[in-house]
Design a protein around this ligand. Structure first.
Ligand code: NDP
Ligand code: A1CAB
Length: 291
C-alpha cells in the first residue's frame, strides 16, 4: 500500500480510549505547546471522562468512528487486559483484543490515510499488522510523566511506516519528554522499566516522606523535600552524565549519615528487590503478549 503523507504541522490527533494515558499525553501536548487542543479529539460515554478532556480544550466526539474519521494520527490507548469485558465499536479493537478475526470484512473502516499508533502494553506489531484495513503502525511505550513533559518513551516502526511518520511521532512524544527508537523485541523490557517504574518511584517518595515524618518533620515539608530530592537526583543522573555510583559517593561522607542509611538499604537487599520488581513486571508483560 502506498503511504499517504500526514500533514506534519496541521494534522489532527485522536485518542481511542479516553483514559489516564490519553489524558496525560493530550494534556502534555497542549500544555507544552506542540498543538492547540482544537486539533485533538476523543470519545467517551462517561461525563466525567469527557469533562476531564474538555477542561483543557480537547473535543469530545459522539462516536469513536468519528474520531477515526476526523483524525490523521490515531493513538490506541485502551487496556489490552480489559478486552474481554468490552462491547467494542471498532473492528480493529475487536480484532486485537478479542481475536474476532473472522468478523473482519472488506467493508471495515479504511485507515489508509491514517497513521495508527498503539501504546498498549503487550500488543505486538505482528498482531497489529495482521489487520487488513491498514498497515502503517507505530508502537510507542510512553509513561505517565508525559503529563508534565518528562515522559520516557520508546518507539518502534511497523514495516510500512515511513520516516515521515517516525518524525511526526518523535516530535509528538518528544514534546512531552524524551523518546528513543528501539527494536520491538525490547518492548516488554521497556514496559517493565520505564512504563511501570513511575509507580515504584511514587512509593519511594511516600516512604521517604514517612521516614521524614517519623524523624519529626511536618508532613507537607517531608513530602516536598522527598519529591524535590528525587527530581534533583534524577536531574543529576541525566544532566551530569556521571555514573550513579560516583554520584552516590559524592553524597556519602566517611562515618556520616548517608553511609549509615545505605547500610540499611543494603541489609534490606533494596537493589536486588528493585531488579526483581522489573523482572516480575517483565514476566507479566510476556504473559499479556502471549494471550
Ligand atoms: N498507565 C500507564 O502508566 C501506562 C499505560 N500504557 C498503556 O496505555 C493503555 C491505556 O492505559 P490507561 O490509560 O492506564 O488505562 P485506562 O483504563 O485509564 O484507559 C483506557 C480507556 O479506554 C477506554 N476503553 C476501553 N475499551 C474501549 C473501547 N472499546 N472503546 C472506547 N474506549 C475504550 C476505557 O473506558 P472506561 O473508562 O469505560 O473503562 C478507558 O477510558 C493500555 O494499553 C496500557 O497498557 C502504556 C504506558 C504507561
Ligand atoms: O501496568 C500496566 O500494565 C501499564 C503498562 C505500563 C504501565 N502501566
Amino acid at each position: 500500500m502506498e503511504a499517504l503523507p500526514i500533514p506534519s504541522d496541521t494534522y489532527k490527533l485522536g485518542f481511542i480510549g479516553a483514559g489516564k494515558m490519553a489524558e496525560n499525553i493530550a494534556r502534555g501536548v497542549v500544555q507544552l505547546g506542540l498543538m492547540p487542543p482544537s486539533r485533538i479529539s476523543t470519545s467517551h460515554s462517561n461525563p466525567l471522562r469527557r469533562t476531564a478532556f474538555e477542561s483543557f480544550g480537547v473535543s469530545i466526539l459522539s462516536r469513536i468512528d468519528d474520531v477515526i474519521e476526523e483524525c490523521d494520527v490515531v493513538i490506541f490507548s485502551v487496556k489490552p487486559q480489559a478486552g474481554e469485558e468490552m462491547s467494542f465499536e471498532l473492528e480493529l479493537i475487536e480484532f486485537l483484543f478479542l481475536s474476532k478475526k473472522s468478523r473482519l470484512t472488506s467493508e471495515a473502516i479504511t485507515f489508509k490515510k491514517k497513521l495508527l499508533v498503539s501504546i498498549a502494553a503487550g500488543i505486538k506489531m505482528k498482531d497489529l499488522e495482521e489487520w487488513p484495513g491498514q498497515s502503517r503502525f507505530i508502537r510507542v511505550m510512553p509513561n505517565t510523566p508525559s503529563a508534565v513533559g518528562e515522559a520516557a518513551s520508546v518507539m518502534s516502526l511497523g514495516g510500512s511506516a515511513t520516516e515521515e511518520d517516525a518524525d511526526i511521532i518523535a516530535k509528538l512524544f518528544g514534546s512531552v519528554g524524551k523518546i528513543w527508537r528501539g527494536d520491538e523485541k525490547l518492548f516488554d523490557a521497556v514496559t517493565d522499566l520505564s512504563g511501570s517504574s513511575p509507580a515504584y518511584i511514587y512509593l519511594a517518595i511516600q516512604a521517604l516522606a514517612d521516614g521524614g515524618v517519623t524523624a519529626g518533620l511536618p508532613r507537607e515539608l517531608a513530602l516536598g523535600l522527598a519529591s524535590q530530592t528525587v527530581l534533583g537526583a534524577a536531574t543529576m543522573a541525566t544532566k551530569t552524565g556521571k555514573h550513579p555510583c560516583q554520584l552516590k559517593d559524592n553524597v556519602t561522607s566517611p562515618g556520616g549519615t548517608t553511609i549509615a542509611g545505605i547500610h540499611e538499604l543494603e541489609k534490606g537487599g533494596s537493589r536486588g528487590t528493585l531488579m526483581n520488581v522489573v523482572i516480575a513486571a517483565s514476566n507479566c508483560s510476556r504473559e499479556v503478549s502471549q494471550n
